[in-house]
Design a binder for this molecule. Structure first.
Ligand SMILES: [Zn+2]
Length: 317
């Protein structure tokens, strides 16, 4: 019986088998075949038709992750003391490693090329999801990542509009990304607002804010979608992109070819990013693995196999 077919006898043996499966797969399909070039080259908003999925499926990914330490080692962040402790970790860690970047940014100015309009939800932080450093993303956050239509007649008292204006007119960002996420409370509030005896009236600001979704909400409800929450999360992104174009300075920059508008949606529970295809307006899964990550996984698999053989040569036969 081959190593791949024999039932595992222990946790370490199971890890070895997973590693061997990964190694075989990695060797059969070189990282260069797992193309993400089409995806990255298409970051101009023209669509993502060229990208292909990783050669590793999700179950295999989970298998290899189970061989690692998966404990929740995120420190508490419930009190001001926790925040101070976190600040000290930042100073000793990230800041120490990037102090020259912070110094240059501090003495100079910010020149981000991307504005992200995202939800205030604590689980969907753009800088974390896109692994961005200081000065790289200009971020505006609000309930349900909404953009209301251009309306200067309210005295400009709209935080999102002011952030958008500064990003486009002063910073001259080249991309605006509206990013939604799964399980959005603001989207849920919009859906609930159509139900009898809803509690939206108890929220003086949330209610009027999410009411901009009413038309999209009614469209989703009329469609009898099996998952209206998810459907409205995507519809809200589409609506916000349309509303961006009602701002004269946005329309002008888009028409001039100096600004591109994008949509994205993040599935919190398994960390999956979906990107809006601007041609079809459909959201497509972004491959999670880069060539470098695939090579690292192949190396990890080789190490696990080598260690396993050294510890128990008979386990593989
Ligand atoms: Zn949200």
């Amino acid at each position: 019986m081959s190593a791949l077919n024999a039932p595992p006898r222990s946790k370490s043996e199971r890890a070895s088998k997973t590693a061997l499966k990964l190694l075989v797969k990695a060797l059969k399909k070189s990282p260069s075949e797992v193309s993400i070039d089409g995806y990255s080259e298409n970051m101009d908003g023209s669509g993502y038709s060229q990208y292909s999925q990783s050669s590793l499926d999700e179950s295999e990914e989970n298998d290899i992750d189970q061989t690692c330490d998966n404990t929740h080692n995120v420190p508490e962040m419930n009190t001001v003391s926790d925040m101070i402790v976190g600040y000290k970790r930042f100073r000793a860690g990230v800041y120490t490693r990037q102090h020259s970047i912070y110094r240059d940014l501090g003495y100079g100015s910010q020149t981000p090329k991307v504005l992200v309009i995202s939800c205030v939800d604590s689980r969907a932080d753009p800088s974390t999801i896109f692994d961005a450093g200081p000065g790289q993303l200009f971020v505006v956050r609000n309930i349900a990542n909404l953009v209301h239509p251009y309306d200067p007649y309210t005295g400009g008292a709209n935080a999102t509009s002011s952030g958008l204006e500064y990003a486009v007119k002063a910073l001259k960002v080249e991309h605006v990304v509206v990013m939604g996420h799964g399980g959005c409370g603001g989207i849920n509030a919009s859906l609930q607002s159509a139900e009898p005896d809803n509690k939206i009236g108890e929220f003086e600001f949330v209610g009027p804010w999410v009411s901009v979704l009413n038309k999209a909400r009614d469209k989703v409800r009329a469609s009898n979608s099996f998952n209206p929450q998810y459907a409205l999360e995507l519809e809200g992104i589409n609506m916000s992109i349309q509303n961006l174009l009602t701002f004269p300075f946005v329309k002008e920059a888009v028409d001039a070819g100096t600004l591109q508008l994008h949509g994205a949606w993040f599935a919190i529970h398994h960390g999956e990013l979906h990107w809006r295809n601007n041609t079809t307006c459909q959201f497509e899964v972004v491959p999670a693995f880069t060539k470098e990550a695939m090579q690292a996984k192949a190396s990890q698999a080789r190490r696990l196999v080598r260690d396993s053989i050294q510890k128990s040569p008979s386990a593989l036969f």
